[in-house]
Design a binder for this molecule. Structure first.
Ligand SMILES: [Zn+2]
Ligand SMILES: [Zn+2]
Length: 265
């Protein structure tokens, strides 16, 4: 199995050394992992700076590969926190940096962070969700240098009530674009840890992705501590299989490899 969404202390919101996560992954029997450290330009909360020390990140990955490489494959990834007005900045960054795997996430909308609740003030849930997905649609229309969309329905994590609308109209448009571009989505299992009933995205959106012809899907725990590596993976594989997905994807130099889900059972 592979965990394709992991943070270490190279991410501004994480204190876990890479070694702790790698050793936990080896213990859990994983064959391959990918660190996906945060880069969020102009994150709206000024107390946190989501910049990534790319030079030392690369050095550290060489070190841990030398130390653990005979036990586990360790890939170099990044999680970009897109905002519509920054697609040019992220394209420029991707032109000069090389990663195995790039997650395109949105941790903000309307230039406000989701985390503090600022984005939701003075909006109905419907208005908030629609704006979030519209900004995501803008990003995937104008930014193409990524591998998968991260936690696609993250906006749900921050509202106690859920919208009655499923927003499949606009999410379907997003899928049309990303599938045509050869991109995928992740199933992010951190939703369970944050009190959602499912991973992100929820099963109805996974089903929609499948119906639109989506095949590329990665599995990621979004761990910020070692103990949650591969959290809920067995259940997630079963869910994906029940929805008709046959493969889990890994990446090298941003090129996908497909692994049959049935081989993990
Ligand atoms: Zn994220
Ligand atoms: Zn993350």
């Amino acid at each position: 199995m592979f965990d394709y969404h992991l943070h270490s202390n190279f991410s501004a919101d994480c204190d876990t050394p890479m070694e702790a996560t790698i050793e936990q992954a080896i213990k859990a029997g994983l064959k391959e992992i990918c660190f996906t450290e945060h880069i969020d330009y102009e994150y709206p909360d000024p107390t946190i700076d989501f910049d990534l020390d790319l030079l030392n990140y690369d050095k550290k990955l060489h070190q841990v590969r030398a130390r653990y490489g005979d036990q586990i494959q360790i890939k170099k990834g990044v999680e970009l926190g897109l905002q519509p007005h920054q697609v040019g900045d992220y394209s420029a960054l991707m032109d000069k940096e090389a990663f195995d795997f790039v997650i395109c996430s949105m941790h903000t909308a309307d230039k406000k962070d989701l985390h503090s609740g600022n984005f939701f003030a003075n909006k109905t849930i419907e208005e908030a969700y629609r704006q979030y997905y519209e900004e995501l649609l803008y990003c995937v229309t104008h930014f193409k240098q990524y591998s998968v969309l991260g936690h696609l329905d993250l906006v749900k994590r921050y509202t106690k009530e859920q919208s009655e609308h499923d927003f499949h109209d606009i999410i379907g448009e997003i899928f049309k674009i990303i599938i045509a571009d050869g991109k995928g989505i992740e199933l992010n299992t951190s939703g369970f840890r944050y009190g959602l009933e499912s991973g992100m995205p929820s099963p109805d959106i996974l089903k929609l992705y499948k119906a639109c012809g989506g095949e590329i899907i990665t599995l990621g725990s979004d761990s910020h501590v070692a103990s949650t590596v591969a959290y809920q993976f067995q259940e997630s594989l079963e869910l994906l299989e029940s929805l008709g997905f046959q493969y889990i994807t890994t990446f090298k130099n941003q090129k996908p490899t497909f692994h049959s889900i049935s081989s993990f059972k």
